[in-house]
Ligand binder design. Structure first.
Ligand code: OGA
Ligand code: ZN
Ligand code: ZN
Length: 386
């Protein structure tokens, strides 16, 4: 039996060695060389046994189901071996051997859990004075360190620009695929943003587009949006961005009732044409399991009529007006004109984007866009960091 199989594809640094292990009624109490104590319940240890019987070494996925071992299973012996691993011999004869780096990384004493919470990536909120992080196409295409820096900026700031992208149509697919596969929609794998006679969206006109997220009509809004400028000879059409998380945060402090209403009252977004009819009913602001703002869903031009109890309607309008009014406040807005060869890439579930009206008679304007889901971004970051 291979008892040193890893339950993971990465390795864990030895932050502190195991110093002692004390058996208690329902757990082992581990003491680390730096003085920390961590409890590990018998069930937890047995559940996380990394041996080749419990974890398939090819997929590193668990084969064991904890319900198949007795609830009151206890160790016969536990000790720290010559390599500093925690070795447990269970009643019935199964052996488990735990890497101290892995064990420390998953310890659930209060201090270790607080440290992990602290180490989670945090959004850096921004406002009008943001200096937009700019990345070079060639570097991102060739160098995995440059790629990682770009992806971290996307994760933490949610708005980036890439320069030096070839102006051949389709070039954005190559850089998008540096992250992962593209998320297709009814507008195509790549969509062309141009003023069109038979437009199937206000986006494909020369109108001003107010601050919005793309595809709020879908249960899962696309995580990343790419907008690549091929031609921009028209007068007008500047890009505008706001940090939806920063606005939601400000609203939470400045008008807590409006904030609560936008978190709780669902609103329907709709997008329809001759062949499709997409609808999503969801609140404009979404919170994660820790109560932090995790998503903003907004496109006034795709919104259906409000459908809320009569008693809530005035409050919903008040909150909605307040939110839109904030997206128009200069303190939050970043406005830039995109030139050919430049590309926006931003977190579509956080950063709202807009476009000023342009004059199609004054010159051509052609952008291409595509989407990638947030999961792909986060997975790519973790693999690059291995
Ligand atoms: C869009 C969009 C921005 C632009 O197509 O959804 O926001 O600058 N376009 O044309
Ligand atoms: Zn095992
Ligand atoms: Zn858009």
């Amino acid at each position: 039996m291979n008892t040193s199989a890893f339950a993971d594809f990465r390795s864990y640094p030895l932050i502190s060695a195991l110093a002692a292990v004390q058996p208690l009624a329902d757990r082992l109490q581990v003491q680390w060389a730096d003085g920390r104590f961590s409890p590990f319940h018998h069930q937890w240890l047995r559940d996380n046994c990394p041996c080749a019987e419990c974890v398939y070494s090819v997929t590193r996925e668990q084969v064991l189901e904890i319900v198949d071992v007795p609830e009151d299973l206890v160790p016969n012996t536990s000790r720290i071996d010559a390599q500093g691993f925690l070795c447990v011999e269970w009643q019935g004869g199964h052996h488990s051997r735990f890497d101290p780096g892995w064990l420390r990384a998953h310890a659930y004493d209060d201090l270790s859990r607080a440290e992990r919470l602290q180490a989670r990536p945090k959004s850096q909120l921004w406002a009008t004075d943001l200096s937009v992080p700019v990345f070079d196409y060639q570097a991102v295409m060739e160098d995995s360190q440059a790629l990682l820096s770009w992806l971290l900026a996307l994760r933490d700031i949610g708005l980036t620009q890439v320069r030096g992208v070839p102006t051949e149509p389709g070039s954005l697919a190559l850089i998008a695929q540096r992250i992962s596969f593209i998320r297709e929609s009814n507008f195509g794998v790549l969509f062309n943003v141009q003023s069109k006679a038979n437009a199937d969206s206000n986006a494909y006109t020369a109108f001003n587009l107010p601050l919005h997220s793309d595809l709020p009509t879908r249960e899962l809004q696309p995580g990343l949006q790419f907008l690549h400028c091929l031609v921009n000879d028209a007068v007008g059409g500047e890009s505008i961005f706001v940090d939806g998380f920063a606005i939601a945060d400000a609203l939470r402090h400045e008008d807590p009732e409006a904030f609560r209403n936008l978190c709780e009252i669902p609103v329907e977004f709709r997008n329809k044409d001759r062949h499709s009819d997409y609808r999503c009913l969801a609140p404009i602001i979404d919170l994660d399991a820790l109560g932090r703002v995790s998503e903003v869903r907004m496109a006034n031009f795709l919104r259906g009529p409000f459908d809320a109890p009569a008693a809530q309607m005035p409050a919903l309008y008040q909150a909605y007006r307040r939110f839109i009014a904030m997206t128009r406040e200069t303190r939050f807005r970043v406005m830039r004109r995109l030139n050919p060869g430049e590309m926006w890439c931003f977190d579509n579930r956080r950063t709202l984007h807009a476009r000023n009206a342009f004059d199609p008679a004054s010159g051509a304007r052609h952008f291409q866009g595509c989407y990638i889901d947030r999961d792909e971004l986060l997975s790519r970051i973790l693999v690059l960091q291995r």
